[in-house]
Design a protein around this ligand. Structure first.
Ligand code: BES
Ligand code: ZN
Ligand code: ZN
Length: 516
């Protein structure tokens, strides 16, 4: 899709389809919806007036209404897209609105569209705070780029429904405003491309995307955007003493991959700035190993590398956005298989940090690979750690599919991470990770064991295990098990891999760079 931001009047723009946003401005609890367009253009208001007057369109999030040959407009069609109640409007509804426009267009065989950027001041007097300009343009392009992807590459009868051109039309006249919008637009393109890259990796089946292939894909991406990338395998794991990572890998015919990507800012990092360590769980397929999973639903475990995917995508965006901080990503990739050589319950393994781990359940493998990844990142000089992992079913039970579980050992780090969430629009829910939970992983025979004594609080137990390997380094653990895959499609996004956490991680890293 070719996308551009253009400063011109939407009513006079010739296009097969022009999308415009509408909100419900009714106040009062049980008030009937009162729909208002987010535009100051009389031509567009007039074109939509009649149909909006019927009350059939309520402007709920994802709702659409399509008009042909709208009077007074150059566009062949006018698509009105609902963004919900004005009181709860955030940039995330705008992201979804842009996505909805794209996904309404695709099945109709149309290839080109324009979106009229919402003019919040059209409503601001009585109804709303204005939306930050760069975020608005960013959200529009992000939503559109994320929406245009469908995961049909393995379908032989797939139809080409690609969108060719998108023009975002802005009525802004001030040079400063225009420049802000353009910056947001440019950043949004980078972020969405990175997130789509993550999604394309997570979509791959386990037979296609082995740890070795994941290493190759990461390496090719790094070459494209100018990142340093090293991919190691079995010998390096032994050399580094990564006994926990190796234990998971040893039952598979596929060798593991330890992927290290490095971003060094041109001209050096800001003095005193953190060195970020982005650590990803890259289990390309999780059978559970000897503690094998039930057959039902096991096919989904190809997405057990979504944490790795998120970090690889984040590195892609970081390389292009060029913050003035150093970032190292360590991805630990393996396949968890049952086999004559596989690790077993009762085994004791020694992690790179020197800690001994009693294996209770070989299905709790993600924390084992991350234990070594987190420790290794610190030896590479990382001062701030973040990891993402489809770590526990317990997190899915606790939080469902809308909020990522967030665990941390450092309040200031959580605050700085949360500061970026308005821009990213992603949702995270803080979960406890305090030392009183540590008893859960005390082992009788080794330093710790890899699962808790009981299943209670399973997501916290897993986080406590990881915490053993970060020492005093500020650290955030994101359990993305519930959010990394959408079983159902939405009006603004296809079902399949979500690419969760890419935008938020990048936002967090960038927030430490004065210039980005
Ligand atoms: N990859 C799974 C976690 C998972 C489960 C992700 C469901 C997405 C959906 C992980 O490796 C795992 O199997 N965890 C076990 C841990 C248990 C053995 C303590 C789990 O959650 O059941
Ligand atoms: Zn598992
Ligand atoms: Zn797993």
């Amino acid at each position: 899709m070719k996308s551009r931001l253009s400063f011109q009047d939407a009513a006079g723009f010739a296009t097969p389809l022009l999308a415009i946003f509408a909100v419900d401005i009714a106040t009062g609890k049980d008030a009937e919806p009162l729909v208002a367009l987010m535009t100051t253009s009389d031509a567009m208001t007039n074109a939509a007036a009649k149909v909006l007057g019927t009350g059939e369109f309520k402007a709920t999030v994802g709702e659409t209404l399509l008009l042909h040959s709208p009077a007074g407009l150059k566009a062949e069609r006018l698509l009105i897209v609902g963004l919900g109640k004005v009181k709860t409007l955030s940039v995330d509804e705008i992201r979804k609105g842009a996505g909805t426009a794209i996904r309404t267009l695709k099945p109709r065989g149309l290839r080109d569209l324009a979106i009229a950027a919402p003019e919040d001041h059209a409503l601001s007097d009585e109804h709303m705070e204005s939306l930050p300009c760069p975020l608005l343009a960013r959200a529009l392009i992000e939503g559109a780029e994320l929406a245009q992807v469908d995961y049909d590459i393995y379908k032989s009868d797939r139809k080409d429904t690609s969108v060719h051109t998108l023009t975002i039309l802005s009525a802004a006249t001030e040079p400063v405003t225009r420049a802000e919008l353009q910056t947001g637009f440019d950043q949004g393109l980078i972020l969405a491309a990175a997130q789509n890259f993550t999604r394309s990796l997570v979509n791959e089946p386990g037979n296609v995307l082995t740890p070795t292939i994941l290493g190759q894909r990461a390496s090719a991406m790094c070459a494209e955007v100018g990142l340093k990338c090293e991919v190691y395998s079995t010998a390096k794991l032994h050399e580094l003493g990564m006994g926990a990572f190796w234990a998971v890998s040893q039952g598979s015919a596929e060798p593991p991959a330890l992927i290290v990507m490095t971003y060094e800012p041109e001209g050096g990092a800001l003095p005193g700035s953190p060195v970020f360590g982005l650590v990803g769980k890259g289990i390309t397929f999780d059978t559970g190993g000897i503690s094998i999973k039930p057959a039902e639903g096991m096919e989904k475990m190809k997405y057990d590398m979504a944490g790795a995917g998120a970090m690889i995508g984040a590195m892609r965006a970081i390389a292009q956005l060029k913050p003035r901080v150093k970032v190292i990503s360590v991805v630990c990739s393996a396949e968890n298989m049952p086999d004559g050589k596989a690790f077993k319950p009762g085994d004791v393994v020694t992690a790179m940090s020197g800690k001994t781990i009693e294996i209770i359940n070989t299905d709790a493998e993600g924390r084992l690979v991350l234990a070594d990844g987190l420790h290794y990142a610190q030896t590479l000089g990382c001062t701030h750690l973040i990891n993402a992992a489809t770590l526990t079913g317990a997190c899915v039970v606790a939080l469902g599919i809308l909020n990522v579980g967030l665990f941390s050992n450092d309040e200031a780090t959580v605050k700085s991470f949360e500061a970026g969430l308005e821009a990213s629009g992603e949702k995270f829910w803080r979960m406890p990770c305090t030392d009183d939970y540590r008893d859960q992983i005390k082992s009788q025979i080794a330093d710790i064991m890899n699962t808790g004594k009981s299943r209670a609080g399973g997501a916290i137990t897993a986080a406590m295990f990881l915490k053993e390997f970060v020492g005093d380094t500020p650290w955030i653990h994101l359990d993305i098990a519930g959010c990394a895959w959408n079983d159902e499609s939405k009006p603004w996004i296809a079902n399949g891999p979500s690419g969760i956490a890419v935008r938020s991680i990048v936002e967090w890293v960038r927030s430490y760079s004065a210039e980005a």
